[in-house]
Design a protein around this ligand. Structure first.
Ligand SMILES: O=C(O)CCC(=O)C(=O)O
Length: 277
């Protein structure tokens, strides 16, 4: 397997197994999460030492530097974990649709625990990075993934996979075995303004913090979806509680008419107050 051709590469013993074991102990010492995130496998930082230093570990930087060159930056660092909150399979997707900045990014999945087919190993669809960004984010049709050879590497603690962020991937359900604990360190060249930390070499741009987060857009697809969800929740509440939606409208002859139990100007406030109770 080669990173350029296949879109990923497996690196055996990327860190010594003793170091991986120490990091797993540190991971297990951080307070257990009480409920899953919107993405059930996602465990976001900030992390205490020594975990916070993992992205700077020299052999991991050598792996990323082999692909992106001497000037390297961090885009994101998190863990992706299959524990009691996240036993399910993850559908096939690419990560590029969830990123900002340039598309030259790669995830380094370092195994802290054993990774087996039974405890939720990832499946990688060879060569699919060559399609680039797919224009949206979500589940890719199964009949398309069937057309591409796939591999599901099993890993020992200390082994790593470097994956192009455009590569299609999924993961299996956790059916037995230990929790699956992987890092997801996203490395990128230091000329990308979305970088959050210089890891090696020199910045080749001025990083722009505004590229992250909700403050970037005045309105967007995402804010529109939030508005629509809020409106759908309101309609659902009205339906469930037998409240009449109240608003003004125009009848067929153009004359203004009112319907519902609450005056139009006050309907939102009325319903929102009822929803809070
Ligand atoms: O943790 C996994 O199994 C997959 C994670 C993943 O692909 C993602 O969160 O983008």
């Amino acid at each position: 397997m080669s990173f350029e051709r296949d879109g990923f590469q497996v690196f055996r013993s990327a860190v010594p197994s003793g170091v991986a074991a120490e990091w797993l102990r540190a991971y297990n010492a951080i307070p257990a999460r009480s409920k899953p995130d919107w993405n059930p496998v996602n465990i976001s930082g900030p992390f205490p030492e020594p975990l916070s230093n993992i992205p700077r570990y020299p052999t991991l930087l050598d792996i990323a530097g082999g692909v992106f060159g001497p000037d390297l930056a961090l885009y994101n660092f998190r863990f992706v974990v299959k524990d009691r909150h996240s036993r399910g399979a993850i559908f096939t997707h690419q990560d590029t649709g969830y990123h900002v900045g340039f598309q030259r990014k790669a995830s380094l999945f370092l195994a802290l625990s054993p990774v087996t087919r039974e405890n939720g190993a990832m499946t990688l669809y060879t060569g699919t990075h060559e399609y680039g960004y797919l224009g949206d984010a979500g589940e890719i049709n199964a009949h398309l993934t069937d057309e591409h050879p796939n591999v599901t590497p099993e890993l020992e603690p200390g082994d790593a996979i470097l994956m192009n962020s455009a590569l299609w991937h999924s993961s299996r359900e956790h059916t037995s075995g230990p929790d699956r604990v992987l890092t997801d360190i996203i490395y990128q060249p230091a000329n990308d303004p979305s970088g959050i930390e210089l890891l090696r070499g020199e910045w080749r741009c001025t990083p722009k913090a505004f590229l992250r987060g909700d403050a970037l857009f005045h309105r967007s697809r995402t804010s529109r979806l939030r508005e629509l969800q809020k409106s759908a929740d309101k309609w659902e509440f009205v339906r469930k509680h037998g409240l009449l939606w109240a608003d003004r409208d125009f009848s067929y002859d153009g004359s203004e008419c009112f319907y519902g139990r609450v005056a139009g100007d006050h309907a939102d406030a009325f319903i929102e107050e009822r929803m809070r109770k």
